[in-house]
Design a protein around this ligand. Structure first.
Ligand code: URA
Length: 243
């Protein structure tokens, strides 16, 4: 058994995985709606290694993960908040058990921003992933309404002043990728930071996409709206993000 692996009662596993209240989980077991290795299992007191346990719950195939850490390709038109104000929440893109177990996004992307969004139910991990001390680079691909003048990348790396903050906002790296596009890497995450940094140079961002978070790249085969489990949180720190 790997270190940290946990053996738990099946009713506790169902509850921890987000299949409802303890009473609801007991009801699922009683009703014969929980299958283990294809066989109905109604014994909530039976004990199992939770990580990797393959269940089927009320017809939903489910591989148990002790820690929920997910990578979502956020489409435009979704808010990161659990209680969105105007647009649907990204949480609606996830299966109900993940919503039930309190998964939250690691930082936020604007409603019109697309790309790599991490979500987890581990508050400590959210803190480590967003802490300014860790200097994790986030890489953004941005399209602009107007053509670049030529010196924007250098000015963004030198630092620009935002309207409400005396500290300059500095890009960790920035390169032009076309006449109207830039790739910019940031190690901090202020409110609307990319759009405001470009705004400080007189540019309007027309499309914003996050392609990288730390060492993680958005997988090319993960389509907008799709998500996948990320098993190893260390993968985010595995190597420094290229600029
Ligand atoms: N900066 C922005 O302006 N918006 C985002 O969604 C992310 C970074």
């Amino acid at each position: 058994m790997s270190p940290g692996a946990r053996t738990q009662r099946l009713d506790q596993i169902l509850f921890a995985q987000g299949f409802g209240s303890r009473r609801e989980c007991a009801g699922l077991l009683r009703a014969g709606l929980v299958r283990l290795d294809g066989q109905v299992c109604s014994d909530g007191a039976s004990t199992h290694l939770s990580q990797g346990l393959a269940l089927e719950v009320d017809g939903l195939p489910w591989v148990c993960h002790d820690l929920a850490l997910l990578l979502l390709h956020k489409p435009a038109g979704y808010e990161c908040s659990q209680k969105p104000s105007a647009w649907p929440s990204v949480m609606l893109l996830l299966p109900p058990p993940l919503r039930q177990r309190g998964v939250q996004s690691v930082g936020r992307l604007d409603v019109d921003t697309t790309g790599l969004l991490l979500l987890t139910d581990d508050g400590g991990l959210i803190h480590r992933l967003t802490s300014p001390k860790r200097q994790l680079a986030k890489v953004y691909e941005l399209s602009l309404a107007d053509a670049l003048g030529g010196d924007e990348a250098a000015r963004l790396c030198a630092g620009v002043l935002l309207d409400d903050d005396p500290r300059p906002a500095v890009a960790a790296d920035c390169q032009a990728t076309g006449s109207h596009s830039l790739r910019m890497s940031l190690t901090e995450g202020r409110y609307h930071q990319v759009k405001r940094m470009l705004g400080a140079l007189g540019h309007r961002v027309t499309a914003l996409h996050r392609s990288q978070f730390g060492a993680l790249h958005l997988p090319a085969d993960l389509l907008p709206g799709q998500w996948r489990w990320l098993v190893d949180a260390e993968a985010v720190w595995a190597a420094p993000a290229p600029g």
